[in-house]
Write a protein that binds this ligand. Structure first.
Ligand SMILES: [Fe+2]
Ligand SMILES: [Fe+2]
Length: 193
């Protein structure tokens, strides 16, 4: 288990787990992260939200759990673990959509027709472990939270980023896109003081 208070090289973490199969899905961890970020980019998302898309599941890699924890009835709380390590280097614009991307799924299931049926088998399993669909009051409270809208957009890209027929030109090219984005987000954060 990663200590959220220790600085961590997240790009190196993704590199080390690049070829790891995203259990229960037809993509690797790097493919899933890259596809999610591509969809964010195509949708005109900010650099911060594109970086959140890249790193939204890094908590899975930091949890230290093997295989698909959902098959063993375990919720790895990856959204909280990921957000905890993203907050210090990148700020709330990156960490909060990540923190809320599971809650966004729980809200979308109860508010968007057809959404529940579109979820992958692993996402359906994890939904039950994560508390299931939200009721109307829970959804309303969720939507009041800062970054809830970004989290909902991220969640929709996340669900679409599981295509086995869509891949980057090379692992290094993909990681250098991530590295450049990381640099822009950090520079903008420093420039903003
Ligand atoms: Fe996730
Ligand atoms: Fe994901």
């Amino acid at each position: 288990m990663q200590d959220a208070h220790q600085p961590i090289d997240l790009i190196d973490c993704l590199r080390r787990h690049a070829a790891l199969q995203y259990d229960g899905e037809g993509v690797t961890q790097l493919q899933h992260a890259w596809q999610c970020a591509q969809l964010a980019h195509r949708a005109g998302a900010s650099d911060a939200l594109q970086l959140a898309a890249w790193l939204h599941d890094v908590g899975h890699l930091l949890s230290g759990l093997q295989g698909s924890p959902t098959l063993r009835g375990i919720d790895d709380r990856h959204e909280a673990l990921g957000a905890a390590v993203l907050r210090a280097p990148y700020g709330a614009e990156v960490s909060e959509p990540v923190a809320l991307h599971v809650a966004a799924k729980r809200c979308l299931v109860s508010t968007r027709p057809g959404y529940a049926q579109s979820l992958s088998a692993d996402s359906v399993r994890s939904l039950a472990l994560q508390g299931g669909s939200m009721n109307a009051d829970e959804c309303a409270a969720f939507l009041q939270r800062p970054f809830a809208r970004d989290a909902r957009r991220l969640r929709v890209w996340d669900d679409l980023a599981k295509r086995s027929d869509w891949c980057f030109a090379s692992e290094e090219a993909a990681l250098s896109e991530l590295s450049a984005l990381h640099g822009r987000v950090v520079a903008a954060r420093h420039a903003a003081g």
